[in-house]
Design a protein around this ligand. Structure first.
Ligand code: GAP
Length: 455
């Protein structure tokens, strides 16, 4: 198990403004969290790293940003209305409701009673109505996965980009599940973000691409700072596969509460496009589809070699962004003994994920010359586009260093009397991990920082 505990992370996240319980002042909303000033930066940096790897660094993936409100028919034909449920058991004594797989030894996890109901399916989707009339015709859902809009927009994307197989469509966005037992901080929540790629391939090439994406995704996680030995690749047994999948790998990570799923990489075959397409009988589909008399589009692509239209197979790497935040925080959290009774907490985040890249600290906050120089340096550094440059205004260098260690700021830049009195003008740079300080001429700062953050 990693040394980091969930309590340490929850405390740090609240103390330093990463993550707060939603509606805290009213006692909270269970399974819902808000990202604070530094949490939003960290999460945005994770999403940016994913988007860069999935789209900018490749030539075979397009992006999408679809709506959260979802037409009922989409989730009917995707199979979610019928099958997206967890078996649930009620305790007759304390009236608690629990996922059946969370019941140990036939006892209620809350009160220990053995007077439990048989498990019954509980649909996890949040239902709402669209428009002023609250009736069955106006039912819509908050999407339980971002993937479905990628399938329903498949034809529009292919037509507007002239893509040929293999190619992918990637999307990052909120998903909602009415989890029966949200738990372990942001690990299992009711409102969360997913980063999903649907990678469309020729039927028959699917197993090769499934292996490819497993390796790609492990590599990406390593780049975010998770060592390979803290991950496990779990092959889902056939009986436990989601209703749409032929095979699935889970990339698991050693979270504080145990080795658990971080990302799923599923082979969804032609199940989804097959279920949503018009004229299903034309395509020799391999998956079990429900008849769909309502779709108005053929969700197929022309195979130039075989000279026929086919419904592609889909390989889907699907990551939970909130779980990514929890994983990188777990990995980065370090308590260091500095000797002589001193210690520090330091968040050893990869530089590209750090919420604040450089903290500019004035030696004296009431000195106008020093403050003006701090503002001038900040204006110049912002032009580099390396991320958030924060101007500290506390005037207590020791405290500022500790605070920035705790939130993972890679560099603290101090403006002191030497900066304003001596030529050439210079500042102190302190490295988060080594705590070593060097003097750098302000004229050299842009090149120094560019190189530092490129490494
Ligand atoms: N489109 C496929 C799909 O949604 P999934 O395994 O149900 O598959 C994919 O979800 C990922 O989304 C998971 O690996 C996990 O990281 C994240 N996820 C799922 N449910 C979650 C929840 N309740 N809270 C936080 N993250 C969740």
């Amino acid at each position: 198990m990693p040394a980091t505990t969930m309590d340490q992370l929850v405390a740090l996240c609240k103390r330093r403004g990463f993550i707060f319980q939603n509606a805290d002042i009213y006692g909270g909303l269970q399974g819902v969290y808000d990202y604070g000033p530094l949490g939003v930066e960290l999460k945005n940096n994770i999403k940016a790293a994913w988007w860069r790897a999935m789209i900018y660094e490749r030539d075979d993936v397009e992006g999408l940003d679809a709506a959260i409100l979802t037409n009922r028919k989409v989730l009917h034909y995707s199979g979610h209305e019928d099958t997206f449920s967890d078996p649930m058991t009620d305790c007759r004594k304390c009236k608690g409701r629990f996922r059946a797989d969370h019941i140990k030894d036939g006892k209620c996890p809350n009160c220990g009673s053995t007077d439990l109901t048989e498990p019954r399916p509980f649909n996890l989707m949040f239902k709402t109505t669209v428009g002023p009339v609250d009736n069955a015709d106006n039912i819509a859902y908050l999407r339980p996965e971002t993937a479905q809009a990628i399938f329903t927009q498949f034809k529009n994307v292919v037509d507007s980009t002239s893509r040929k197989l293999p190619f992918g469509i990637a999307q990052i966005g909120k998903s909602f599940r009415n989890e029966i037992t949200p738990r372990n901080f942001i690990f299992r929540v009711r409102e969360f973000e997913q980063a999903e790629l649907e990678y469309f391939v020729d039927p028959g090439d699917d197993e090769k691409w499934h292996e490819y994406w497993k390796e790609e995704r492990i590599r990406w996680w390593e780049e975010q700072g998770l060592p390979r030995e803290h991950m496990n690749i779990y092959t889902t047994p056939k009986d436990d596969l989601a209703h749409y999948a032929k095979a699935c790998y889970d990339i698991e990570y050693q979270f504080p509460h145990g080795m658990e799923e971080l990302e799923g990489i599923a082979n969804r075959t032609d199940y989804d496009l097959g279920n949503h397409t018009k004229a299903q009988e034309e395509f020799g589909l391999t998956s079990k589809v429900h008849a769909n008399p309502e779709s108005t589009q053929k969700l197929a692509i022309l195979n130039d070699e075989k000279k026929k239209w086919e419904v592609p197979f889909v390989i889907e790497p699907s990551m939970g962004v909130d779980r990514a935040v929890l994983a990188v925080l777990t990995e980065a959290y370090t308590e260091e003994d500095l000797g002589e009774g001193n210690s520090r907490i330091v968040l050893k985040l990869k530089k590209h994920l750090a919420p604040i890249k450089v903290a500019i600290i004035p030696l004296k906050k009431n000195n106008e010359q020093i403050m003006n120089k701090c503002h001038e340096i900040k204006q110049n550094l912002m032009k580099l586009g390396i991320g958030r440059i924060a101007l500290e205004n506390t005037g207590n260098i020791g405290k500022a260093y500790r605070r920035h260690d705790e939130v993972g700021t890679p560099l603290c830049l101090t403006v002191d009397f030497e900066t304003i009195e001596q030529q050439p003008e210079s500042v102190t740079l302190r490295d988060r991990d080594t705590m070593q300080q060097i003097r750098v001429n302000t004229a050299d700062l842009p090149n120094y920082l560019r190189e530092y953050f490129m490494k």
